[in-house]
Design a protein around this ligand. Structure first.
Ligand SMILES: Nc1ncnc2c1ncn2[C@@H]1O[C@H](COP(=O)(O)OP(=O)(O)OP(=O)(O)O)[C@@H](O)[C@H]1O
Ligand SMILES: [Mg+2]
Length: 352
């Protein structure tokens, strides 16, 4: 009975594996345990030359993390990086579910470059809208969210869980985990910019649903490299300086341009433009910054001034009850646990 109230979410990132264990208590998710296992990267002092295969290394560190955490559940939700998947919102004419199933498969061909037998495909009906036509009549349209990833990628992530002998209850693209922990059921429209070590996820969430998402190849490790080159210092030193209180973005004497930051904010701008072009009356309630790199000093201020929309730091812990003793640590971890929390929250949904 006890273990049924608990759920573990695991985020396989580039810089680290992060895990969060939640327990449903009095109808509220409470933090039981969390853990992080660093993966060896050049920034963390590793040579970058693997001594084992990537997969072996991941399993080894994952197993060690679980042994340390000793979770009170075998039920696990995991995510895979957004750039390994495809998310599309497609409008269909109003039809029965059986017809829709056929149409989705047919349409999927246009969006997915690989043979469908190599692809894990999932879809969900989001809404039925009435769209006015030029002749004054209205047409009913069904909005469908299509999600796809290559089977071989899905099997790789399933393989990590199988290797440690846990039960995988969910595998999703991290896009959805982030949206769940940061926006959840909050009404309104938000653009989430999640920047990790390697990649940035830009996610437009409306009424709690993912409506648009893009990934770009820009992350914290590019910022470290730019700092190291700009200041002619080692990568380790640059990584430390990056995490200091020094504001490299807004200071008047700031002379370093960070291409990773510029690329991400330009993409955010383009996304907001295409959202406005599609829904001219829609309003954006704000930009929310998530992921480890959101903590780069001055980032929220810089993003606000560049985008012309208020940008705030995400707080994925806000709906989670945390023991007082853990509060200072939680504040330090901040938004880098967005994915793991979103995954653990999935398991809490049906326990509410
Ligand atoms: N205080 C800080 N200031 C600036 N950058 C930081 C800070 N803390 C962590 N980072 C950076 O955040 C990145 C790690 O973020 P996160 O944990 O979200 O990445 P990840 O999930 O492992 O990677 P990815 O999602 O790209 O696979 C690293 O590049 C790290 O240097
Ligand atoms: Mg990440």
């Amino acid at each position: 009975m006890f273990s049924k109230q608990r759920f573990l979410g695991v985020d396989f990132g580039t810089a680290s594996i992060k895990a969060v264990e939640l327990e449903m208590k009095n109808g509220k998710p409470e933090l039981v345990n969390y853990g992080e296992a660093a993966l060896l990267t050049p920034e963390s002092g590793g040579s970058g030359i693997p001594i084992r295969s990537f997969k072996e290394d991941m399993v080894l560190r994952f197993r060690a993390l679980l042994e340390r955490m000793d979770p009170g559940t075998r039920d696990l939700a995991i995510s895979m990086p957004s750039f390994l998947g495809l998310i599309s919102l497609i409008d269909f004419a109003d039809m029965t579910d059986a017809e829709l199933e056929e149409s989705v498969k047919f349409e999927a061909h246009k969006y997915i470059p690989s043979p469908l037998e190599d692809v894990a495909l999932s879809w969900e009906k989001l809404s039925v809208k009435e769209v006015p036509l030029p002749d004054g009549t209205v047409q009913k349209k069904t909005e469908v969210l299509l999600v796809a990833a290559l089977n071989k990628e899905v099997w790789q992530y399933e393989g990590y869980v199988r290797a440690v002998g846990y039960d995988m209850k969910l595998l999703e693209l991290e896009t959805f985990s982030i949206a769940r922990s940061i926006v959840g059921d909050d009404p309104g429209t938000f653009l989430i910019i999640d920047i990790g070590a390697r990649a940035a996820n830009l996610i437009l969430v409306e009424g709690g649903l993912v409506k648009m998402s893009r990934n770009i190849d820009a992350g914290g490790r590019d910022i470290t490299r730019t700092l190291a080159e700009g200041l002619n210092i080692s990568v380790e030193r640059a990584e430390m300086l990056k995490k200091s209180q020094k504001d490299f973005l807004n200071a008047r004497e700031a002379s370093i341009i960070f291409p990773a930051v510029e690329m991400t904010l330009n993409e955010a701008d383009r996304m907001m433009d295409s959202w406005k072009a599609k829904w001219p009356d829609a309003r954006l309630d704000g930009v929310i910054l998530s992921g480890g790199t959101a903590r780069f000093t001055g980032f929220a201020q810089y993003a606000s001034s560049k985008l012309g929309v208020p940008a705030i730091l995400a707080d994925p812990w806000r709906h989670i009850v945390c023991p007082a003793a853990l509060q200072p640590i939680i504040e330090k971890l901040g938004s880098s646990f967005s994915v793991a929390i979103g995954l653990a929250l999935y398991g809490m949904k049906d326990k509410k």
